[in-house]
Design a protein around this ligand. Structure first.
Ligand SMILES: NC(=O)c1ccc[n+]([C@@H]2O[C@H](COP(=O)([O-])OP(=O)(O)OC[C@H]3O[C@@H](n4cnc5c(N)ncnc54)[C@H](OP(=O)(O)O)[C@@H]3O)[C@@H](O)[C@H]2O)c1
Length: 301
């Protein structure tokens, strides 16, 4: 089968399309034929060698997101032909999804939404789970006020829609004027590109997707979650009674099923910026690195 691997770290031209052995699913695992995947910041950092300790050994197959068709459901209840989505925690398991066939634990796999294509669905797993799990940690409830920093990014854009579906009032910090309309369209109230205009201690919770550390915006006694691991820890706000975390995404088929339901209800819309073929993986990474995206870059098999 085909796989996208690296045998050294570096710019996009280290990415190679190689022949790799077909994986054999173990007990409790599902074998999936990949239809589409997407590029996440972690893939870019892994390829560059920026992750450091904890990176799987070389050569390695990259990729976290997966949308595809079940080939062998084992005893999972999934059947051959089912459309599914999954996230593989590639850094901890070394099971990259950028391969024709991927074997994953059944509990990491969920039904794909019916309302969208598998290409669109491939944008959901890693950013969607990160958004879902971080909102769960923040425990924002209907009527509470949430600030999302980076609300037009992959994770932030989904978090905004999920939070609105949960009845939360959301304001947004975005990077560019072009992103303001998107955030309003998704139901954000106040949207700003200027952090100095944020309400001082005005938010029950802050979801920080890029290491903004807008700590003055969170109310005393509130919650502050960052997902920007490489920006370091959130400053200690315990004197103000603020709980803080840097949240790490986990494989979670049950939460993926919740995301699928939201999509099929029309409450969550993924955004595809552009789509590349597998043989164009280097060009796809080059485009990803240029930035200025309005949605995810997907790769089809
Ligand atoms: N901890 C975890 O488990 C986990 C999981 C997923 C992602 N992450 C990390 O979280 C980060 C976000 O991931 P993502 O996939 O959402 O990336 P993304 O799609 O690039 O989104 C980041 C967003 O933040 C915006 N932004 C960056 N700097 C800004 C600034 N100074 N002011 C306002 N907005 C700014 C970006 O705007 P522009 O488009 O204009 O740059 C973009 O909209 C990445 O660093 C990723 O590695 C961590």
């Amino acid at each position: 089968m085909r796989a996208i691997q690296i045998d050294r770290f570096g710019p996009p031209d280290v990415l190679g399309l190689v022949e790799a052995p077909r994986p054999e699913p173990g007990p409790g695992e599902v074998l999936i034929l990949t239809v589409a995947t997407s590029i996440n910041p972690v893939d870019d950092k892994t390829r560059e060698g920026a992750i450091g300790e904890g990176t799987p050994p070389l050569p390695m197959t990259l990729g976290w997101d997966l949308a595809g068709i079940v080939v062998d459901g084992g005893d999972s209840g999934l059947r051959a032909g089912d459309r599914v989505i999954a996230m593989s925690h590639q850094l901890s398991s070394a099971r990259g999804t950028w391969a024709d066939l991927v074997a994953l634990p059944a509990k990491s796999v969920a039904a794909a939404p019916q309302a969208i294509s598998l290409n669109e669905a491939a944008t959901l797993p890693l950013p969607g789970l990160t958004a879902w799990q971080t909102l769960d940690w923040l425990a924002v409830s209907a009527g509470e006020r949430l600030l999302i920093a980076g609300a037009s990014g992959a994770v932030g854009g989904l978090a905004l829609q999920i939070a609105r579906a949960r009845g939360v009032e959301v304001d947004a910090l975005v990077s560019r004027d072009a992103q303001v309309a998107f955030a309003h369209d998704q139901g954000a109230g106040v949207v700003t590109t200027d952090r100095r205009t944020l309400r001082d201690r005005g938010y029950d919770a802050v979801f920080d997707t890029f290491g903004a550390f807008v700590t003055e915006a969170v109310a005393d006694g509130g919650r502050y979650a960052s997902i920007a691991t490489q920006a370091g820890p959130v400053p200690d706000l315990s004197v103000r009674g603020v709980r803080t975390t840097v949240n790490q995404v986990r494989e979670d088929g049950a939460a993926l099923n919740e995301l699928t339901e939201l999509v099929d209800r029309g409450s969550l819309r993924p955004r595809v910026h552009s789509t590349f073929g597998l043989h164009e993986i280097q060009a796809a990474h080059e485009r990803f690195r240029q930035g200025g995206l309005t949605g995810k870059i997907t790769v089809t098999f």
